[in-house]
Design a protein around this ligand. Structure first.
Ligand code: CA
Length: 674
C-alpha cells in the first residue's frame, strides 16, 4: 500500500489521463522531451552504513529505500553570510549540503516568502527566504544528490497556525484575483527552479494552514487558493507531489475536519502533511490515529513535515529558545544528543510503520545555530544585516505587532544537529543508522527530572530513587541523595504555594526534583470540572426544578463548570450538597466553598463539616445578586487516624416570588497548619 499511488480525487484522475497522453507523445518525441524544461529526477538510494558510531539506534524495520528523510535548512544562506561554518565529525570544515547527504538526508526543505524585504530592501530575517534563495539552496541540494521540497508560505513573512498574513502586493485583492496571482506566482517561481535544473520532489501549498490561508479565513476561499497553487505545480513539475500542511494533531478533530473540507471541494493534492513537535503536539499514538484516518477516509499519503528536539537545554546566541529547562512543555526525552536521536528515530519508525501511507519525515532547521558566541549586540548586528535571526527590526514594516516587536536570533539553536561552533553532533548520523540499526552497549544517558507535587501543609517526602534514562530510552530507578535539609523544606513551605528546584546526586550525575508546593485539595471534583456530580452526594428536601452541574464559564467562579440550582416555584429549593472523605492523614483541616445567586427570599444557607457524623463546624452564607460570590471557610477540623469527614453546603430558600436560583463552585478541603 505504501508504494502504490493512492487515488486523490477527480483532479488527479484527469491529470493522470493528461500524463498518459503526454507519455505517448514523449515516446515519439524523446529528443524533444529534454528540451521542454524537465529536470532529471534524482533516484534516492540509501548510503552504506556509517560504522563506528557510539550512538544507540534501534533499526527501523521496513524502511523503503526512497523514504523521505528530509531537513529544512532554510536559514543556511543567511547563516553562511553571517560567518557560520560547519564542520564534519573529523573537525574539518565542510559544505553543509554534502555533510547532510553523506549522512543519509535525501530531501532539503526550503521556505519561500513572496517578498520578505522592506521598501529599502532590508530583509525581514528568518533567512530572508524568497524564491531567489530557494533557487540557490535547490541548486546545492540537487548537486549533492538531494531532492528539494518547496514550502510556499504565500506571505511576506512567517505563516503558521497563529498567522496567515497576505503578501503586501496581494492585499485587498478579490479572491478571484488573488487565486490568479497565487497561480502565476507559483508557476513563475517553480519555472525559475526548473530553469536552474533543481530537482523538486514535492511542493507545499501553504505552511501550517490551520483554518486560514493567505489572509483568507473562509474555506470556500481557501480551497480556491489551494487549487490554484496545485494546478501550477502540476503544470511545471508534473512528477512532484503536492502537499498541504497543517499543525496541531493533538486537537483531535482538526485533521478530520480539514481533510473532509478538502475532499468536499475536490482540492487536488497528494500528501496531507503534519507538523509534529513532541513537546506541543501530543503523543505519537495520537498522531498515528489522526493521520491514518485521513488515509482511510481519502486515500492520502501522509508525513511529518516538521519536527525537532533539543540536544541541550542551553541557549548559545543570547536569544531565548523555544524549549529549555523549567518550561511547561512535555519533555518526552532528555535534552541530550542521544535523546534528540531517539526522538528522530521514533518519529521515523511511527511514520514508516505506524502510518498506513507514511512517506517521510522532515527535521526543521537542523543547522540554524548561533552566529557568534560573544554578545547579544554582536549577534544582533549580523541578524539585522544578513537576516540570520528569526526576525530583524525591519520586519516591523510588515508585521509590527509580533516580529517587529520581538525580533532577534534563533530559538532553535539547541535543536540543531550542530554545536554552537558548527561541529556536527553524533545525532546527525541517525538519518543513516535508522536503516541499519546500531545497537551499542546500553548505558545511562541522563537522569529524568522528578516532578513532585506536595501539600504545603503536609509532610514533603523526597523519593530516594530517580529514573535513569538509558541510551535505548528505557528507564531504570537509581539511588539519589538530595542536597536539601529539613530546614530548607520548612522555609519553602513558609513561603506559601510555589515551585522549587531541588538538586541532588545519583552517582556522579546531578538529579533534579521540581517540587510544586500546593494547598492540596482532598475533595474529588471540587470545582465540578469533571462535568459530572462525581464525588458529590445531593440530598434533596424540596422540589427544585433544576439541580445539576452546568457548563457555563461566566457563571462559574473558576473553570467552566459549577453546580446550579433554580426553581420557578416558591418554597421549593432545599438541599444538601456534600462529599465524604476517608483515609485522610491525621491533622487539622479547613473547608471552603462559594455560592452566588438571587431571588432567595428568606434563606437558610450554610457550609458545614461533620467528623464521624458529628457536626464540628458551620458557617452561615448568603445569596444576594448575580456575580456576588460569598465564600466561607470552616476552619479547625481535627481529623484523627481513621476518622471520616463529610463537608458540604446546605441551601434552603423560600424564594422571593420569581423562584430562587444560584451557583455553587470551588469547594476545597485543605490541610491547615495546626
Ligand atoms: Ca537561541
Amino acid at each position: 500500500m505504501k508504494k502504490a499511488r493512492l487515488s486523490s480525487g477527480r483532479g488527479t484522475a484527469s491529470r493522470r489521463i493528461r500524463c498518459a497522453l503526454l507519455g505517448c507523445v514523449l515516446v515519439i518525441l524523446t529528443a524533444a522531451a529534454a528540451g521542454c524544461g524537465t529536470v532529471p529526477e534524482i533516484k534516492i538510494t540509501p548510503k552504506p552504513k556509517i560504522e563506528g558510531s557510539s550512538l544507540y539506534v534501534k533499526k527501523v524495520e521496513n524502511l523503503p529505500d526512497d523514504f523521505i528523510l528530509g531537513m529544512d535548512i532554510s536559514s543556511v544562506l543567511a547563516e553562511e553570510a553571517s560567518g557560520v561554518k560547519y564542520y564534519g565529525f573529523d573537525g574539518k570544515e565542510t559544505d553543509l549540503f554534502k555533510l547532510l547527504s553523506d549522512n543519509g538526508v535525501n530531501y532539503i526543505r526550503v521556505r519561500v516568502w513572496n517578498h520578505p524585504f522592506d521598501k529599502d530592501g532590508h530583509g525581514f530575517g528568518g533567512g530572508n527566504n524568497d524564491i531567489a534563495s530557494a533557487v540557490e539552496i535547490g541548486k546545492r541540494a540537487t548537486a549533492n544528490g538531494m531532492r528539494l521540497l518547496v514550502d510556499f508560505h504565500y506571505s511576506d513573512f512567517w505563516a503558521d497556525p497563529g498567522k496567515q498574513m497576505v503578501p503586501l502586493a496581494w492585499k485587498g485583492m478579490t479572491i478571484e484575483d488573488k487565486s490568479k496571482a497565487l497561480y502565476e506566482y507559483t508557476k513563475d517561481s517553480l519555472k525559475q527552479l526548473r530553469s536552474a535544473g533543481v530537482d523538486v520532489g514535492m511542493v507545499q501549498i501553504g505552511n501550517e494552514t490551520n483554518g486560514s490561508f493567505c489572509g483568507e479565513k473562509v474555506w470556500f476561499n481557501m480551497q480556491q487558493l489551494f487549487s490554484s497553487g496545485s494546478k501550477a505545480v502540476r503544470e511545471v513539475y508534473p512528477n512532484a507531489l503536492v502537499a498541504l500542511h497543517f499543525a496541531n494533531p493533538e486537537q483531535v478533530t482538526n485533521y478530520e475536519d480539514y481533510s473532509k473540507k478538502l475532499a468536499y471541494y475536490n482540492v487536488d493534492y497528494d500528501v496531507f502533511a503534519s507538523s509534529y513537535y513532541p513537546y506541543w503536539h501530543g503523543t505519537l499514538e495520537n498522531l498515528t490515529k489522526v493521520l491514518n484516518k485521513v488515509t482511510d477516509d481519502y486515500g492520502k499519503k501522509v508525513m511529518v513535515m516538521e519536527t525537532s528536539y533539543a540536544f541541550t537545554a542551553e541557549d548559545t546566541d543570547f536569544f531565548g529558545n523555544t524549549i529549555s529547562d523549567g518550561g511547561t512543555v512535555t519533555k518526552s526525552y532528555p535534552y541530550t544528543v542521544q535523546g534528540q536521536a531517539n526522538h528522530m528515530r521514533n518519529v521515523i519508525d511511527t511514520v514508516a510503520n505506524g502510518l498506513k501511507a507514511g512517506i517521510g519525515v522532515v527535521y526543521w532547521e537542523g543547522a540554524w545555530i548561533t552566529v557568534g558566541r560573544n554578545s547579544y549586540e554582536e549577534n544582533k548586528q549580523k541578524w539585522e544585516k544578513f537576516g540570520s535571526g528569526w526576525a530583524s527590526s525591519y520586519a516591523s514594516a510588515y508585521d509590527p505587532d509580533d516580529a517587529g516587536k520581538y525580533f532577534g536570533g534563533t530559538a532553535v539553536d539547541n535543536q540543531a544537529f550542530f554545536d554552537a561552533d558548527g561541529k556536527a553532533l553524533e545525532s546527525l548520523r541517525v538519518f543513516n543508522l535508522v536503516r541499519y540499526g546500531n545497537e551499542t552497549e546500553i548505558t545511562v544517558d541522563a537522569l529524568e527530572d522528578l516532578e513532585l507535587t506536595a501539600d504545603l501543609n503536609g509532610e514533603v517526602l523526597l523519593p530516594d530513587k530517580v529514573n535513569a534514562v538509558m541510551t535505548d530510552d528505557s528507564k531504570q530507578p537509581v539511588d539519589v541523595v538530595w542536597n536539601c535539609t529539613e530546614e530548607q523544606i520548612a522555609s519553602m513551605k513558609a513561603g506559601g504555594p510555589g515551585k522549587h528546584r531541588i538538586t541532588g546526586k545519583a552517582g556522579e550525575r546531578e538529579a533534579v526534583c521540581n517540587l510544586n508546593l500546593v494547598e492540596f485539595n482532598y475533595l474529588k471534583n471540587g470545582g465540578f470540572e469533571d462535568g459530572t456530580e462525581d464525588g458529590w452526594t445531593v440530598k434533596q428536601y424540596g422540589k427544585a426544578d433544576q439541580l445539576n452541574v452546568e457548563d457555563k464559564k461566566t457563571d462559574s467562579l473558576s473553570g467552566t463548570w459549577h453546580y446550579h440550582f433554580w426553581s420557578a416555584a416558591k418554597n421549593s429549593v432545599s438541599f444538601d450538597l456534600e462529599q465524604t472523605v476517608d483515609n485522610l492523614p491525621e491533622g487539622t483541616y479547613k473547608f471552603a466553598i462559594s455560592i452566588m445567586g438571587g431571588d432567595g427570599g428568606k434563606t437558610n444557607i450554610y457550609s458545614y463539616a461533620l467528623v464521624d457524623g458529628e457536626e464540628v463546624g458551620r458557617k452561615p452564607m448568603n445569596i444576594s445578586s448575580y456575580g456576588n460570590w460569598d465564600t466561607e471557610t470552616v476552619e479547625g477540623i481535627e481529623i484523627s487516624n481513621g476518622a471520616v469527614v463529610t463537608v458540604g453546603i446546605h441551601v434552603e430558600c423560600e424564594g422571593s416570588g420569581n423562584g430562587a436560583w444560584g451557583k455553587i463552585d470551588d469547594a476545597a478541603l485543605n490541610s491547615q497548619k495546626s
